[in-house]
Design a protein around this ligand. Sequence first.
Ligand code: NAD
Ligand code: UDX
Length: 466
Amino acid sequence: LTQIKHICCIGAGYVGGPTMAVIAQKCPNVKVTVVDLNAKRIAAWNHEDLTQLPIYEPGLAEVVKEARGRNLFFSTEIEKAIDEAQMIFISVNTPTKTYGAGKGMAADLKYIELCARQIAKISQDDKIVVEKSTLPVRTAQAIKNILDHTGNGVKFQILSNPEFLAEGTAIEDLHSPDRVLIGGDTTIEGHKAIQALVDIYAHWVPKDRILTTNVWSSELSKLTANAFLAQRVSSINAMSELCEKTGADVNEVARAIGMDSRIGPKFLKASVGFGGSCFQKDILNLVYIAKSYGLHEVANYWEQVVIMNDHQKRRFAYNIVKTLYNTVSGKKIAFLGWAFKKDTNDTRESAAIYVADDLLNEQALLAVYDPKVSDEQIYSDLDYLNSRSSEDNATSVTIYNSPYDACKGAHAIAVLTEWDEFKEYDWLKLYNDMQKPAFVFDGRGILDKELLESIGFVYYKIGEGS
Ligand code: NAD
Ligand code: UDX
């Protein structure tokens, strides 16, 4: 059986970095090298000051501290790392295509293909290639076609090992995953490769949580899991709008249905809309795959999850406009939170971006505070939409280091991320410094309604009817 001594991971992002840090932590006898084209990102992973790591995740700095320099390395020497590894994880980004056929829907696999070609070019001995990125079902076939044409007799096994970690809880999720999924060929060589990867995870994951399947089931399970999770959020968000109209409270409804063990209590928190780099991208990819097989009803069914999510973001923005007497032109509106969820500095597809865009179209002046997101990131998120010039974004949006400064003189506060610290603020002080009437639009339903109303705020909570 293949005993793995060297692992290489291509892609030092939100998945590659934490995943490999934990493998290195738990398997001190395996050398793990994480490589990336982005030299700045690698330098940040190697930064002596652990607060400067390129991503913020609770517990990550401790894991990196333990393993880095021992058996965990971050490097830009991609070829060298591929050459010495027996097992290569591909953990590069697979964004939605922005051009050509499948634009706005299909996954863009150009980075995956580049990796496969590079592995094919460099490899001199047999290797196991592991798909860690989320990929359309049957991508392993394409990777295999590229790898099988090296002409130098090197043999490759391709495994699918999708990652289920959620940002903000990545380390916890990696340390005790609900399950690890490994898909591989049903041949003898395939089984050997699967076993080699099982042996890595078995260092810390109980055997009964390591699931092995064929490659296609594994690839498709990842898209399915994200589609089901996002569907729950869109389902509860759909009910949140009905709650607001009928005087029901979505949190009470969620609690009532969540106690049914068939439904379960998790992932039923109504919000301003789901964000993150995965849900929308993976559902659109699923929709595209279904369409490409002519399964239009299947495609339309899942597309509705994204349509509902877009509606939720938009109606949150328009509720602000409507409530502020049908105009926000020239009014300061403070945003608490920009990240797509708490405990991360990731802003990809964050609802805040789209709510901000709608309000800027209404000529609002935005004041943004987020505990972890950088100023550059906020401006670049807005500029990326191309709705207006970056000069206009810079003029209309101001970013603050203090929530109290952000809210000073504002007509309204909008809560876009559920950061815990927002609950602890001196809300009386915030109120005293605002325009009156002072409005709070709680897109995460985290604040204390009684307290805020007793101070004098006009308080709107997502999913709560009056
Ligand atoms: P990311 O953008 O944070 O990281 C990807 C990294 O790959 C980047 O640093 C990029 O420079 C690097 N890269 C791209 N092409 C390269 C190449 N040819 N050679 C070397 N480096 C290259 O992305 P991510 O969030 O880590 O996601 C990676 C994959 O994992 C995606 O397929 C995503 O769908 C999936 N996934 C993400 C999450 C999540 O929570 N972010 C969870 C599960 C699965
Ligand atoms: C998701 C999946 O959970 C994870 O398994 C997969 O590997 C990657 O995609 P992530 O996007 O990091 O993880 O975070 P997640 O906790 O799923 O939240 C996604 C979005 O949904 C966030 O914007 C979050 O605020 C929102 N959400 C989540 C809700 O609005 N309500 C909920 O009840 C749960």
